[in-house]
Design a binder for this molecule. Structure first.
Ligand SMILES: NC(=O)c1ccc[n+]([C@@H]2O[C@H](COP(=O)([O-])OP(=O)(O)OC[C@H]3O[C@@H](n4cnc5c(N)ncnc54)[C@H](OP(=O)(O)O)[C@@H]3O)[C@@H](O)[C@H]2O)c1
Length: 162
């Protein structure tokens, strides 16, 4: 399973339920990568989407412990249930937030990371894959700039067991 995430230079991913700095280029990259795929998303992150609704053009699997129905999404009440629901789709991305990334981490073998060269205060973090010997940066794009903020798109892969 894949994940896609934008990280600041301290691997922070957000504060107080939202992303303090968002780049248009990252949003476009996210839309392109996830179009037509399934996405696994935490209920809190979904509430930060436009209108607090699931994303259009993707098969949304929202994880929540609540007994609720969400229009435009399948609801999963555990990681296992989400993984089962995702199995019928060809491609699935875990798209956050922090608690969801943490719990699905063992299922991940590839992560699309937008590195943003800035460190606004975060209260949510993604695991530092540069410090994890099980992961390798398989592809690092060129550093680019948007409104004076440097960013680059990277692909990390879990090392295969020898
Ligand atoms: N930088 C990025 O790319 C990126 C991407 C996404 C999110 N974020 C950031 O991440 C932060 C939000 O992360 P978060 O950890 O607070 O919230 P979250 O992971 O989006 O959602 C947490 C909610 O998901 C549900 N949940 C989690 N684990 C579950 C499980 N095992 N079974 C059933 N339900 C489960 C619960 O919902 P209920 O309370 O309804 O039970 C829980 O309250 C925000 O700051 C957001 O901006 C950043």
């Amino acid at each position: 399973m894949d994940a896609i995430v934008a990280v600041y230079s301290d691997w922070g991913i957000g504060a107080r339920g939202t992303q303090p700095v968002v780049l248009h280029a990252d949003r476009a990259h996210f839309r392109e990568k996830t179009r037509g795929a399934a996405v696994i998303v935490g209920r809190r992150t979904m509430e930060d989407f436009p209108g607090g609704r699931p994303l259009k053009g993707r098969n949304n699997i929202v994880v929540t412990r609540q007994e609720i129905a969400i229009e435009g999404a399948e609801v999963a009440h555990s990681t296992e249930e989400a993984v089962e629901l995702a199995a019928k789709y060809e491609k699935c991305f875990v798209i956050g937030g922090a608690s969801v990334f943490r719990q699905f981490f063992p299922y991940l073998d590839r992560v699309e990371i937008t590195k943003i060269d800035l460190a606004p205060p975060s209260d949510s973090f993604f695991p530092d894959l540069d410090a994890d010997p099980d992961w390798i940066c398989a592809e690092e794009g060129e550093w680019q700039e948007e409104n004076g903020i440097r960013y680059c798109f990277c692909t990390y892969e879990r090392k295969k067991e020898a």
